[in-house]
Design a protein around this ligand. Structure first.
Ligand SMILES: *Cc1c(COP(=O)(O)O)cnc(C)c1O
Length: 421
């Protein structure tokens, strides 16, 4: 794209209903907000437990800044790794039942760091088609061959792995990322023993735009049988599912004993209400990431005060079971109400409750209708979701009340149906 191309390209996006623009929030993340200067009831954040604006978390950040200052001053491997970071890592390891945990600046960087540290040219990375963009980008960055299996289809994954074993180097059944062909030269490897495959299976634990769960027991079994890593990105399961919010792996009873091939990636900016991410797993895994994960090595450590705030929000998330209980009640009420209205509900047991509109124009029209009723729900469009599946991504939070959900339902009742439009 040359400098001359930009305006035309932006215009094309606008015409296709794919233009993205930011709204300006005037206040903390909470259900009752002000957006672009207008009062608005929010159903769009990932603050599932309502901790982003919790007084104890705010105090921990303030006191942390008084104790540690603001900036960490350097990368973890230089001299930016503080006792606050260290304590949070130990608490996250204990929380997830894993030997070690390692903090990353963001979830995006954690995924880039893990996959590019463990997979490289000649390896194959298997991913669910609906994985978060950061997992897909990570495979591309690693230069491994990326194979995407149909959504939540463990049988098809097993089939792909099997075909890969019997015909190493062949790309049958593969789905390269758009515009990113598999990097391995198929002809070169044909018939030769597969150098290093399969290397890694990566999946969202709870799918970020659909709210459904990955078939983790089946994926864990396949990973064990093939000797591959299983990387579970639990950005939307941690805090919400499992005992004390231990996430989707715990929901399936898979967090009991630390397993050598298991990698858990968790984010701190969603249910925990702060910022950052971590990876939990074996001692050898964490030591390897410290040596090799470039998005870990070559970036400034997050502020130590932030680690102090996260330590408090982690304790609240674990202890205050009522947040998960209340959330469950809201999810149940929303689903019952939406079903009564005949809305196109997805099969999601989590706070992510998408309503499929189909075209980007319909999703945008729905979002605008709700906005004029004072309700903020974001329209999610391609390429974040597959073409033809644009949707409203409704998210619920423990900070919502039952009355908030009733307001949402009455606004949804006024939406024109897709088939009527
Ligand atoms: C939000 C998200 C990320 C990225 O985490 P950040 O900390 O926001 O960079 C990664 N994976 C999934 C599934 C996510 O939803």
């Amino acid at each position: 794209m040359t400098p001359n191309d930009l305006s035309a390209e932006l215009e094309r996006r606008r015409a296709a209903g794919l233009y993205r623009r930011r709204r300006v929030q005037d206040g903390p993340q909470q259900p009752q907000g002000r957006t672009d200067g207008r009062p608005m009831l929010n159903f769009g954040s990932n603050d599932y437990l309502g901790l982003a604006n919790h007084p104890q978390v705010i105090t921990a950040l303030q006191q942390g800044a008084a104790r540690w200052g603001v900036g960490s001053g350097s990368a973890h491997l230089v001299n930016g790794h503080s006792a606050a970071h260290q304590a949070l890592e130990e608490e996250l390891a204990e929380f997830t039942g894993q030997p070690r945990a390692l903090l990353f600046s963001t979830g995006y960087m954690a995924n880039l760091g893990v996959i590019s540290a463990l997979a490289g040219r000649g390896d194959t990375v298997f991913e669910d088609r609906l994985n978060h963009a950061s997992l897909l980008d990570a495979a591309v960055l690693s230069r491994a061959t990326l194979r995407r299996y149909p959504h939540a289809d463990a049988a098809e994954l097993a089939h792909l792995l099997d075909a890969d074993r019997r015909h190493p180097g062949r790309d049958a059944g593969t789905q390269a990322m758009d515009g990113n062909p598999p990097t391995r030269d198929a002809a070169q490897n044909d018939g030769a023993p597969h150098p290093n495959a399969p290397c890694l299976i990566a999946t969202d634990g709870v799918f970020s735009m659909d709210g459904d769960l990955a078939p983790l027991p089946a994926l864990a079994l396949i990973a064990r049988q093939t000797g591959a890593w299983l990387l579970v990105d639990d950005a939307h399961g941690l805090g919400v599912l499992g005992r004390e919010g231990r996430g989707s792996l715990d929901h399936f009873g898979l967090l009991g004993a630390p397993a050598d091939g298991l990698i858990l990636m968790g984010t701190l900016g969603k249910a925990f209400g702060t910022f950052g991410a971590f990876v939990a797993g074996s001692d050898a895994l964490i030591e390897t990431l410290i040596q090799r994960a470039r998005p870990y090595i070559y970036t400034t450590a997050t502020p130590p005060a932030l680690a102090e705030a996260t330590r408090v929000s982690l304790a609240l998330a674990r202890r205050e079971e009522w947040r998960r209980e209340h959330l469950k009640t809201l999810i149940g009420r929303f689903r019952a109400g939406a079903a009564q209205l005949g809305l196109p509900l997805a099969d999601s047991p989590t706070p992510i409750q998408p309503l499929t509109a189909g075209s980007s124009e319909h999703a945008l029209a729905w979002s605008r209708t709700l906005e004029s009723a004072g309700i903020l729900v974001t329209a999610i469009r391609p390429p974040t979701v597959p073409a033809g599946t644009a949707r409203l991504r409704i998210t619920l939070s423990a900070a919502h009340t039952q009355a908030d959900v009733e307001l949402l339902l009455s606004a949804l009742a006024t939406l024109p149906r897709v088939q009527d439009q």
